[in-house]
Design a protein around this ligand. Structure first.
Ligand code: CO
Ligand code: CO
Ligand code: CO
Length: 305
């Protein structure tokens, strides 16, 4: 917990540790089956970010049984189960309560060798930053809520949010990297800050290299930005040295809270081509190099534009 990873690791023996994590939230897309898949992919993500293998899952359900058709819940749970199957993870139970607002998520238990736990703080000067999914899910979800999102944007954001970080995790484990985290509620800059906070290192992010979901620029420019973006900005700004040329929409995207975002990996420079090849081979097509770890400014993220 001390390194702000949101999963917990518990060592059972010299060669076995468990990783435990729980995540649940209100629907972010209208399609119930898709929402179930996204919730499962999101819950599994912390295990993949730590280099673990998910084994078992428990459903967490809050459902307004008096005002919503039970078939909606069936569709959500089916989405969750299908995604777990893809992740070769077994659903072993769960808990449900009646609630005015629908919420769904899962608690996941995974395993990892104690020596191979990937944390977010192993970055070294010269490491290259690789991001494995495009940004903008918070902004697009806000556009969906406002009824303003295009079919294309909805399809793309759904596909990325429901995509497992499994292949990206296997690729980084094969290549051998220094640090990893998954991008979720604190946004790219918030999670990037956690990667340099504990060490005396700095980071450069090339704003133009950051992959973006379709339409996200347009929605951000329209002001369709979730409340979490502003909170993230307020929280992380002291550690961010922004280039004043960075357009405001792009800065919003860098702070945008993500649901089931990609992995942010710090890889030694001599291994980055190898990692990109492995990612490409395993269908992680939109992975991109977005920056690097530097000696100065210590503890800060400098944005280049
Ligand atoms: Co989490
Ligand atoms: Co995480
Ligand atoms: Co119970």
């Amino acid at each position: 917990m001390e390194e702000s990873d949101d999963a917990g690791v518990y060592k059972l023996s010299d060669d076995l540790a468990i990783i435990q994590t729980v995540d649940f939230f209100t629907p972010i897309v209208d399609d119930a089956y898709m929402f179930g898949q996204i919730a499962a992919a999101n819950a599994l993500s912390d295990v993949y970010a730590m280099g673990g293998r998910p084994l078992t899952a428990m459903n967490v359900v809050c459902f307004p049984i008096k005002k919503m058709d039970i078939d909606v819940l069936r569709q959500i749970l089916k989405g969750g189960i299908d995604k777990l199957r893809e992740a070769e993870t077994t659903l072993v139970g769960g808990h449900s309560v009646e609630d005015n607002e629908l919420k769904y998520g899962l608690s996941i238990t995974g395993i990892v060798h104690p020596d191979n736990v990937m944390t977010n703080t192993g970055g070294k000067i010269g490491d290259v930053l690789v991001l494995t999914k495009p940004l903008g899910t918070g902004i697009i979800n806000t556009a969906i809520k406002g009824g303003l999102a295009s079919e294309e944007a909805i399809a793309k954001v759904s596909a990325f949010m429901s995509a497992l970080n499994k292949n990206a995790s296997m690729a980084m484990q094969k290549v051998g990297v220094n640090a990893c985290t998954d991008i979720t509620g604190f946004g790219l800059l918030g999670h990037a800050r956690e990667m340099i906070g504990a060490n005396d290192i700095g980071m450069i992010i090339n704003a133009k290299s950051v992959p973006l979901l379709p339409c996200v620029r347009e929605y951000a420019e329209m002001g369709l930005v979730p409340g979490g973006t502003g909170r993230n900005k307020e929280f992380s700004q002291p550690w961010v040295e922004n280039n004043p040329d960075t357009p405001p929409y792009l800065l919003d995207i860098l702070y945008d809270p993500q649901t089931s975002g990609g992995l942010l990996i710090l890889v030694p420079k001599q291994k980055v081509d190898n990692l990109l090849q492995e990612l490409e081979k395993s269908q992680v097509k939109e992975a991109a190099v977005i920056g690097e770890v530097v000696a100065e400014p210590k503890g800060k993220i400098r944005i280049y534009y």
